[in-house]
Design a protein around this ligand. Structure first.
Ligand code: NAD
Length: 411
């Protein structure tokens, strides 16, 4: 991708604390570009309405023009949106992901020295989760107990598979949810994760699943994931599955030798870990994880858990990406925190780090690196917003704008 001197980036300020943290992130990005490229590289910020603020002005939660603008630009960035409660309105974030087929939810989490962590030793924690973003139980095919849809579904199920129907304990009183997991969508997710891991010289990719129980959804995700690694990336990866095949055919010594050689040659080690074991190991030895590729629901839980280990969602960024179309929407991971709005208190780190991801996606790595190291130095110096200050002894409490200024002074 050729980088243009002026890149137009649509942005949604968002609701609640959104506009404040967006302004902080934009100033930091503008200044980093200035420092890194001396005026030769700029961003033209294009404001797009969405969320509660847009609804109050235009009567639409997600105006069609906003969606069209996001679809026609390589990268966009958004602040948190307040999800309307009730009234049958889908989550705007889910709507955006589905409309643009943003099939990867990518969440890198790194521990920065000085951040509070529940771990005894958080040093070296650096995990990037690739969460499948389009299917699993998030497709929203769900029927309440005793509803006409649930009854229609149960009737046809009973007619087609009476023995399985008999396994349902209380058919008349049970909600039904459907969990579709497909081969193409699983494989494009794992493909994107492997590609990213290789480009970023990562060492290990773990396929996380609950295939021991859900064989044809989660278990299939695992099998399809290995297929991508072993067939499409034969020369660049070495997998646990290939290791086990050699073990079976030639014994432990030859399997070990082949693995040792593959890793010495810089190949990416691809293995799989059951979801519950992943949580256990994340708490006891998180440094062993590197890149995780997983299904939608697992990814939802796991990425928040990893964020908590590294200082919380306030400092963990995220992006929704379609690596095939090259479109991406970068976003803060937390919500709109309405009670903090307009007080210059909110922590803008999550959105700033999302902007760092965006700059890397746009191949503006030098500006990204500058922000990353400046943010790390600011936290290390104990200069933080109120959410972190309360947990760091001797911290200097800064407002949203002052925290951004402290980062800029270190660019
Ligand atoms: P929230 O993330 O807004 O707040 C949870 C807690 O974290 C609150 O105590 C809040 O004060 C604090 N917090 C959040 N961001 C902070 C920041 N940057 N700095 C300091 N403290 C911060 O979650 P919620 O209250 O469950 O949700 C509020 C609204 O946001 C809801 O409408 C929800 O649907 C929406 N939401 C949107 C997104 C998104 O747009 N991606 C994500 C989550 C929630």
């Amino acid at each position: 991708m050729e980088t243009q001197p002026i890149i137009t980036i649509p942005f949604i300020p968002g609701d609640g604390i959104g506009p404040e943290i967006m302004a902080a992130a934009q100033t930091v990005v503008d200044q980093s570009l200035e420092k890194a490229y001396g005026g030769k590289q700029r961003i033209n910020w294009l404001e797009c309405p969405a969320g509660k603020t847009a609804f109050e002005k235009t009567g639409q939660w997600l105006p069609a023009e906003t969606l069209q603008t996001l679809k026609s630009h390589t990268a966009s960035i958004k602040g948190p949106l307040t999800t309307p409660v009730g009234g049958g309105i889908r989550s705007l974030n889910v709507a955006m992901r589905q409309e643009m087929d943003l099939y990867v939810c990518q969440r890198p989490v790194r521990w920065y020295e000085g951040l509070p962590s529940p771990l005894r030793n958080p040093a070296g924690l650096d995990v990037v989760t690739f969460r499948e973003n389009t299917e699993d139980i998030y497709t929203g095919i769900e029927y309440p107990a005793a509803s006409p849809q649930q009854q229609a579904w149960l009737n046809s199920f009973r007619a087609a598979m009476p023995e399985d129907y008999a396994k349902i304990a209380h058919p008349e009183q049970c909600g039904i949810g459907i969990k579709p997991i497909s081969k193409p969508n699983s494989q494009r997710l794992v493909r994107a994760a492997i590609q990213w891991a290789l480009e970023n010289k990562r060492k290990r990719l773990s396929i996380v699943h609950k295939g021991n129980i859900m064989k044809y959804t989660e278990g299939a995700f695992r099998a399809w994931g290995y297929e991508v690694a072993d067939i499409e990336f034969t020369d660049e990866t070495f997998s646990l599955q290939r290791y086990q095949a050699i073990l079976k055919a030639g014994g432990a010594q030859s399997a070990e030798a082949v693995k040792k050689q593959a890793l010495a040659d810089g190949k990416l080690w691809v293995d799989d870990v059951i979801a519950d074991v992943t949580f256990e190991q994340l708490i006891t030895r998180p440094q062993q994880f590197d890149v995780i590729a997983t299904t939608n629901l697992n990814g939802d839980y796991i990425s928040d858990a990893i964020a908590a280990l590294a200082g919380g969602v306030g400092v963990s960024p995220g992006a929704n990406i379609n690596y095939e179309s090259g479109r991406a929407v970068f976003e803060a991971n937390h919500g709109s925190a309405e009670s903090l709005a307009g007080q210059n208190k909110a922590n803008p780190s999550s959105l700033i780090l999302s902007a760092v991801m965006m700059l890397r996606f746009l191949k503006l790595g030098e500006a990204a690196d500058r922000i990353d190291q400046a943010l790390a130095a600011t936290i290390r110096a104990g200069q933080v917003t109120f959410d972190l200050a309360a947990q760091i002894p001797g911290a200097q409490l800064l407002g949203t704008r002052e925290f951004a200024a402290a980062i800029i002074s270190r660019l």
